[in-house]
Design a protein around this ligand. Structure first.
Ligand code: FAD
Length: 314
């Protein structure tokens, strides 16, 4: 549904509401069309009030820092909600091994904050360049740990503006490999996370630095990318686990190009925008890779990067 022009009246809110906002600058790939409207709520009360009063037919989509997204060239229907600013990025120590953090906090900032308090077990988050909201939705993980392993409780707001808590004696969320069963239009607002023990803060900081350095050597983190394009066909822990990048490499796709999109020569499960790519280029390249891998090895790769929004119409 594209909103009619002029736009319908939106409910009053303290945060910023930007009609027709460009979304490409908010994504790592730097592609995609505009949102019908972008809402940057000031805090959870602002967001809950806005959603409760918003016409129920208007779709709502959460956007984190866009590190796991292709926003299609036609843009996104309805209201896109982004949790930006200090209120959403706060990280506080709330127990011996516990942190409470806004869903807009960067995973790296959370790992570093845990380290400063000497809390171990959250270092893996430093390898994921997203926000906690995105990490929750995708059950992000690396180095053998996932968000679900450190999550105590999460809070959020439903499409109708109702506040909900999951975990720790409240309703359960089911997490699996790079997936959660949270309702698609549920906005995660805050999390309580728990580490596994205590250690010297300097030691934890050194471990995070080492993880960051390793990433920079093996992944195209300075490119316009989105991380792993396809999920590994077998979840972590499977004996003789097949990895997506090896299948892509074996199918001869390293460096393959469509328009301005390219399979990264450095890590072939990453697509990159070499400068002028459109979302359509990236998606077409991904589909070409899937077809070649299927032909070469019989494996049907599943997109891990989320593709959202409308295709561009001529
Ligand atoms: C260089 C690079 C390396 C990466 N390495 C890893 C890795 O090792 N492991 C890994 O798991 N991922 C990795 N990623 C992918 C990505 O960083 C993660 O998936 C991350 O958790 C996405 O967070 P985000 O804030 O960018 O979310 P976005 O990309 O903005 O959104 C992703 C999804 O989360 C939803 N979402 C975002 N915020 C909220 C919210 N507040 N409430 C509800 N839903 C929300 C969106 O609607 C969307 O469906 C990598 C990406 C890059 C670019």
């Amino acid at each position: 549904m594209t909103l009619p022009s002029p736009l319908p009246a939106f409910p009053p809110a303290r945060g910023k509401l930007i009609p027709g906002a460009a979304l490409a600058p908010y994504t790592w790939f730097r592609v995609g069309g505009p949102a019908d409207a972008l809402f940057l709520p000031e805090d959870a009360n602002d967001l809950a009030g806005f959603l409760a009063a918003l016409d129920p037919s208007v779709p709502v989509t959460a956007l984190g820092v866009g590190s796991n997204l292709i926003v299609r060239d036609g843009g996104i229907d309805g209201v896109v909600i982004r949790l930006m600013g200090r209120a959403w990025g706060e990280v506080m120590k709330t127990g011996e091994l516990e942190l409470t953090a806004g869903a807009g906090a960067l995973d790296l900032a959370v790992a570093r904050a845990a380290g400063k308090h000497g809390i171990t077990g959250l270092e893996f988050l430093s390898g994921i360049p997203g926000s906690l909201g995105g990490a929750t939705r995708t059950n992000a993980g690396c180095y053998g740990r996932e968000l679900k392993d450190v999550l105590v409780r999460l809070e959020g707001i439903t499409r109708t503006g109702e506040r909900r808590t999951y975990g720790d004696g409240h309703g359960a969320v089911h997490f699996s490999y790079r997936h959660s069963d949270l309702p698609e239009d549920f906005i995660v607002t805050r999390l309580v996370l728990r580490g596994t023990g205590l250690d010297d803060p300097a030691e934890i900081a050194a471990q995070i630095d080492a993880l960051q350095a390793r990433r920079a050597e093996t992944q195209p983190i300075r490119e316009k990318t989105s991380g792993s394009t396809f999920a590994n066909p077998d979840p972590p822990g499977t004996p003789d686990q097949r990895s997506a990048w090896k299948l892509i490499d074996a199918a001869g796709c390293r460096g393959l190009k469509v328009g301005g999109a390219q399979v990264s020569p450095m890590h072939c499960n990453f697509l990159i925008n070499t400068g002028e790519a459109t979302a359509a280029d990236l998606e077409a390249l991904g589909e070409l890779v899937r077809a070649r891998v299927l032909e070469h090895s019989g494996v049907s790769l599943r997109w891990e990067v989320r593709r959202i929004g409308r295709l561009q119409t001529a």
